[in-house]
Design a protein around this ligand. Sequence first.
Ligand SMILES: Nc1ncnc2c1ncn2[C@@H]1O[C@H](COP(=O)(O)OP(=O)(O)OP(=O)(O)O)[C@@H](O)[C@H]1O
Ligand SMILES: [Mg+2]
Length: 244
Amino acid sequence: MTVLDRIRWASRPQGELLVECVGAARVHGRGPGAVAAAHGVHCAVHRGDRIALSGPSGSGKSTLLHLLSGLDTPTSGIVAWPTWRGSPAGRPGLVGVVFQGQSLLPDLDVAENVALPLLIAGVPTDAAALAAGAALATLGIGELAAKLPDEISGGQAQRVAVARVLAARPALILADEPTGRLDRAAAHRVVDVLIDTADELNAGLVIGTHDETVAARMRTSWRMADGRVHTGASASGAGLRGPS
Ligand SMILES: Nc1ncnc2c1ncn2[C@@H]1O[C@H](COP(=O)(O)OP(=O)(O)OP(=O)(O)O)[C@@H](O)[C@H]1O
Ligand SMILES: [Mg+2]
C-alpha cells in the first residue's frame, strides 16, 4: 500500500454503520468475584471495515465479539445495530460468527454443518448444498464434505467453521481466532478467503487474533487490554490487498 493509497483510504467515505458500542460493559458474576470482561467500550464497525482485534489472553476479545454479534448483551451501556433496527441475533444472514472453540454439530456431516444456517434462513435444500460445497471448495477442503466432525482434525474443523459463515454471505463477519489451529500456509489462505469474501459482499470484517501476521493484513488495528478497547492505531498495512 503506497502513501497515496493510505491517504485515499483514510479520506474515503465511510460505509454504512453496522454496529456500534457506546460505553458498553459486560460484567460476569456479582460482588467481589465479578469480572469486568469488557467495560467503557466505544467502537463502531462499518461496511468495508477490516479490523484486527488483538490483545492478551483474557483481555476481552471474545467478549467484545459476542457483544457485537448480539449473541451476548451488555450489562451496561449500549450496543446498537442502527440499520437493522435491533439485535441481529436469531435473524439469519446479517452476522456470521466464527467461534473460537469447537462449534460444529457432531451428528451432521461437514456439508450439512455448512448448509445448516442457509436452511434455517429458508434457502432451498439444493441451493444450500451448492453454496456449502462452493464454500468448502474455496477453503480447499471440499473432500471433507461427507465426514463427521469427529473424523476431521482441529484445523480442518476450524476451516469448516469459516466456510459455514462465508456460505451464508453475512453483512458483518466476526471471526474469533480463525487461524489459531492452522499452520502458516493454511492460515494465510483462510485470511485470504475472509478478506476476499468480505470485499465481494462489501461486509464489515473483524478478526480477533494473537497472530501479528494476521493482524498486519487488516487496515485497522484495535487492541484490548483488561476489558478496554483502544481503536486508534493504524495497522502497518503489510500484505493488504489495497483500498477498495
Ligand atoms: N462466562 C464467563 N464467566 C465468568 N468470567 C468469564 C466468562 N467469560 C469470560 N470470562 C472472563 O472474562 C475475561 C475476558 O475473557 P475473553 O474470553 O473475552 O478473553 P479473550 O481476550 O478472548 O481471551 P483469549 O485470547 O484467551 O481467547 C477473562 O478474565 C475471562 O476469564
Ligand atoms: Mg477469546
